[in-house]
Each structure stands twice: as C-alpha cells, then as structure tokens.
Design a protein. Structure first.
Length: 371
C-alpha cells in the first residue's frame, strides 16, 4: 500500500505562497471591474427613525433599513444618494420620481399603481398602540379603557386604516388625531396632546409602553416607475440574500430591535415581586470574567454593571452584587436561594432545566465577520 508522504516545511511554504497568489488573481478581476465600471447611482429615500434608519445628512448612519440597503449594494454595485425627509415627504418624492428607491412600504392595490414593489418583503411590521409609561390607567388588559381617548396616527398611512378597522372590530370609540409623521406624533405625545399613538416596533423611544397590538403587515422595497432598470437588479439581489440566508430579515431586525418598549416598563407581577422582596434584587456574578464582570480596586466592573445601573436608575430597584470565583460556587448560591439571579452565562436550556433555573433574554450578542 502506498502511503502519503508528509509535506516538508519548504514545500508547505511554497504551497501557501502559491495559494495566496491564486487567491489574489481570483479576486483581481472583481477589483478591476469595480474600478473600471461606473457605479449606478440610486437615489434612496431616508427617514430618520430609531433603529431603522438613524443619522441625518452627512452624519454616521446605522439601523436595520440602512444595513439592508448596504447588503443590496454589495450585490448590485449601486452607489446611493440619500434623500432625507419624513415618510410622507419621501413617499411623495417616490411617486413623483424624485427618488428611485424607498424602503418600509406596506402593500396596497392602490399603491401598486403608483410604483413597483419588490418581489420579496423587506420585513414584517407589527403595529402597536403605545402610551407613556406612567399611564397605568391605559396599560392594562382591559381595552374598554380606551373609549374616549385621543390616539395619534400618521395621516394617510397603512396603520391609519388598520387602526380604524381595529377600533371598529373592538367597538371602541376613540378620537383619531392625524399626524405628519413619527416626529410630529412623538411631539404631541410628549406634550400630552394625545393619550396614545400607533407605531411599529422599530420606531419607538424608551419612554413608552405597549398597550396592545392592532395588527401587522409585511413591508417591501418600492421602486419608482421611472427606474424599471433597477427593479430586476433589486429582485435578483433579494433572491440571492434569501437563497443564501433564509432568515436574514428576522435576524437583522432582532439585532437592532434589542429590547423595545414592551420590556422597558415593569408589569404588575414584577412590581409585586419587588415589593415582596424589599425592592431588592440579589445578583451573583464572577469576579474574574471581564469584560462581562470582574473586580478591580475593590470595585465591581464590567458590562453587567451597566445592567445594574439601569435597574437602579431606570426602575428604582436596589441591586446587591455578590461575586464568586467560579461558576459552580455561583450556581450553588443560586440554588440555595442566596441570590436571585446570576450571570452572564451561555444560554443552555437543558442545564437550566436540570438545575431548576430559567434563562433571561440575551443581554448581548456578537457576530464574527471577515472584512
């Protein structure tokens, strides 16, 4: 039998060098094409909305919608020219052909006559009715308390029709206040000119809590009738994204959604628990697990301490921190009832079931990438 001979170190180095040369040669045509071929300019409507599209003209940009546009441009080679404005302004510019591409547009038959829709959805919006955190009279399971209140909703929007139908189905008599967009709606809410307002998940700041959901819809990218040339390229890019990353839409939303208003105010059970425990939460963490938790110069430090600060400053809870040398000691303290919660730990449902514990939502996540 013939055996494979081990490759000598000089030959290994030569093979590695040849591999790198081949890699460079394979990539070079892409670089030449990108430099020699003029990039197609696409005018994009850009709406300033928290977590969706953040950053004004010339400012640092981030958000679910912004990242999705970048993903598309990697495939199409487009160069974007951002046109900033409210949803209503960008929508009008799309209809008039002043912009070429716009995201987060719900489908209606009437709209489909005015512009093209992408074949694949950008995502799905759940529309919620929100009220200020201190409106405990409205944040309840009893929707009858909504009778007679004023509700803000973006004028002419998809959610306006959704809200009217929901109120009619529930038999609720409320006054609708038409607003010129999210900023106008939030200004009115902050000034207490309206009792509640309707918005999707990605558009809510942290001073408001969910009353109830009123419905949902998928939303799409919209293309101007003047730019049919980019529609096929857009659909091809979306197909490639969905074909290679079938859960891309939901993962992207979740990365920016973090913890929206539904989790930023305490419910009755949580308030009762704190009252029964002297408004105190006993937290266990490791003393040598930086950047998450640790002890330096006698002070508790690390990412977990930002959560402690939030619990104390935003919710008025008192947090007592106990540190441990290892996970086993910390787990013993938890099962013995010496602490109420511990972390951070890697999520493992089997182990938590075994020890009779429960996992919280993730406090953070990271994704390794190659640039």
């Amino acid at each position: 039998m013939n055996r494979l001979k081990p490759v000598s170190r000089p030959k290994q180095a030569l093979l590695l060098a040849l591999s790198l040369i081949l890699l460079v040669l394979c990539l070079r045509p892409l670089t030449v094409r990108a430099e020699d071929t003029p990039r197609k300019v696409v005018r994009v409507g850009y709406v300033s909305a928290e977590n969706y599209e953040e950053g004004g003209e010339g400012e640092y940009k981030r958000g679910f919608g912004y990242e999705y546009f970048q993903k598309i441009s990697y495939i199409t080679g487009w160069q974007y020219e951002y046109v900033h404005g409210s949803f209503a302004e960008c929508y009008e510019k799309l209809v008039n052909g002043e912009i070429d591409l716009f995201g987060n547009v719900s489908y209606t038959d009437e709209r489909a006559k005015l512009f093209f829709y992408s074949e694949y959805p950008e995502g799905k919006d759940t529309y919620w009715l929100y009220a200020a955190n201190n409106r405990h009279d409205l944040i309840t399971n009893d929707t009858s308390v909504l009778n007679g209140i004023t509700i803000g909703v973006t004028r002419g929007s998809y959610q306006e029709g959704l809200l009217k139908k929901w109120l009619a189905d529930k038999g609720i008599n409320a006054e609708l206040v038409g607003c010129d967009g999210f900023d106008d709606m939030m200004t009115r809410a902050d000034a207490e000119e309206i009792d509640a307002f309707v918005a999707p998940d990605l558009s809510v700041n942290y001073g408001y809590s969910i009353i109830t959901g009123i419905g949902f819809s998928e939303y799409y990218f919209a293309v101007s009738k003047n730019r049919p040339d980019i529609l096929d390229e857009l659909n091809a890019a979306l197909y490639e994204i969905q074909n290679t990353e079938s859960d891309y839409n939901s993962l992207l939303v979740n990365r920016y959604q973090y913890k929206m208003a539904s989790g930023l105010t305490m419910n009755d059970e949580e308030r009762t628990w704190l009252e029964q425990h002297d408004n105190t939460i006993r937290l266990g963490c490791l003393n040598n697990y930086l950047p998450f938790s640790g002890v330096q110069n006698g002070e508790n430090v690390g990412i977990l301490m930002t959560i402690v600060s939030s619990l104390e400053n935003d919710y008025g809870a008192r947090v007592v921190v106990s540190t441990y040398h290892n996970l086993d000691d910390m787990m013993k303290a938890l099962t013995a009832g010496d602490i109420d919660i511990m972390g951070p730990v890697i999520g493992d449902f089997y182990l938590t079931e075994k020890y009779g514990c429960a996992l919280t939502d993730a406090i953070m996540n990271t994704t390794p990438v190659i640039i």
